[in-house]
Design a protein around this ligand. Sequence first.
Ligand SMILES: Cc1cc2nc3c(=O)[nH]c(=O)nc-3n(C[C@H](O)[C@H](O)[C@H](O)COP(=O)(O)OP(=O)(O)OC[C@H]3O[C@@H](n4cnc5c(N)ncnc54)[C@H](O)[C@@H]3O)c2cc1C
Ligand SMILES: NC(=O)c1ccc[n+]([C@@H]2O[C@H](COP(=O)([O-])OP(=O)(O)OC[C@H]3O[C@@H](n4cnc5c(N)ncnc54)[C@H](OP(=O)(O)O)[C@@H]3O)[C@@H](O)[C@H]2O)c1
Length: 309
Amino acid sequence: MTPAEIAELRQKQYNATLATLKRVHEDLMIVRVRPDFPVPKHKPGQYGTLGLGHWEPRHPDCQPEIDKPGEEKKLIRRAYSLGCSVLDEQGQLFDLEKQDWVEFYIVLVRESAKGPPALTPRLFVLNEGDRIFLGEKITGHFTLDPVQPGDTVLFLSTGTGEAPHNYMLWELLRRGHTGRILAACCVRYQRDLAYLALHDDLMRRHSNYTYLALTTREAQNAGHKVYIQDLLTSGQLEERLDQTLDPAKTHVYLCGNPNMIGVPTTDRATGQTIYPKTLGVIEILEKRQFRMDQPSVKMKGNIHFEEYW
Ligand SMILES: Cc1cc2nc3c(=O)[nH]c(=O)nc-3n(C[C@H](O)[C@H](O)[C@H](O)COP(=O)(O)OP(=O)(O)OC[C@H]3O[C@@H](n4cnc5c(N)ncnc54)[C@H](O)[C@@H]3O)c2cc1C
Ligand SMILES: NC(=O)c1ccc[n+]([C@@H]2O[C@H](COP(=O)([O-])OP(=O)(O)OC[C@H]3O[C@@H](n4cnc5c(N)ncnc54)[C@H](OP(=O)(O)O)[C@@H]3O)[C@@H](O)[C@H]2O)c1
């Protein structure tokens, strides 16, 4: 494609600008995207869509793509949860209604068994000021709608799955939530905890808030890997919460790696619940009288989840 054709496609397809780009490390970034239109109405926890054209360059150290004729003028779109840095530069809770951007927390997928990852290798060569596509709709059922002011709220995530939880945390702090809030995030390496300092600060300011960070691939984790599931089965999570989990007044939010979440299927013939082979959080909690929230079949519950793939 010629530079003029590319310029024309960008002009036609893109409707937003990368207002800021913070590279946490070479495979992780926090970006703020400013749409050409007003920020769409949304609730904390929901997701939007980012997109770039197939014609854009890719990060050189990623699984190469096989050219598919006819694709080169198409837009690649992916869902991204809206994130939140919670505090502004003055250390005050963000007045997000006054901001003309939305925040995303994105990891670079360099390769995938499913086939070459399409969007993140292109996102990771962008710079501040570059143009991008942002969907005009922000949507999703992963919200704080069912939470009452005194409820215990658990946010359990892996990797960038903490993004929507940070936004929901901002909302709870803004509302003056009186119940206990505990967020735990499991990542490979310490450097993958982009918001760690923020959480430490928030814990100092809010006595009802606890953040637990888990790493799995640091030297000290050799032979001693603690997953989110282990926090629950060992009783460590309740210890830190200083209370027994009561399904009547606790909401659990799960986001990130589907293996951590462990969504069961239903046997069509018997109606029996079949949990995945590897133990996920849903199985642990359902055995303790928690129930999955399933908006698609209008089943209300106190386990809310967002799978990233
Ligand atoms: C509702 C929703 C919200 C999402 N929010 C985020 C977000 O806030 N931040 C974010 O980084 N991603 C998020 N994702 C994933 C995102 O949509 C893309 O799939 C991801 O950025 C990879 O895109 P890709 O085109 O490069 O590769 P794809 O072809 O889309 O994915 C290839 C493979 O990469 C792995 N993968 C995808 N996303 C992740 C991830 N986040 N962490 C670890 N491994 C992953 C999976 O194995 C997947 O099969 C979200 C997905 C959904 C459905
Ligand atoms: N994080 C990095 O530094 C890095 C560097 C290069 C590329 N990438 C790429 O980025 C993508 C995302 O990586 P990510 O680290 O953000 O996400 P991830 O692979 O989902 O890992 C996040 C955390 O979830 C844990 N986990 C894995 N399986 C689990 C299970 N069954 N139950 C509970 N927890 C589980 C991981 O532990 P384990 O350690 O056991 O997997 C890790 O601590 C991948 O495609 C990866 O190739 C990441």
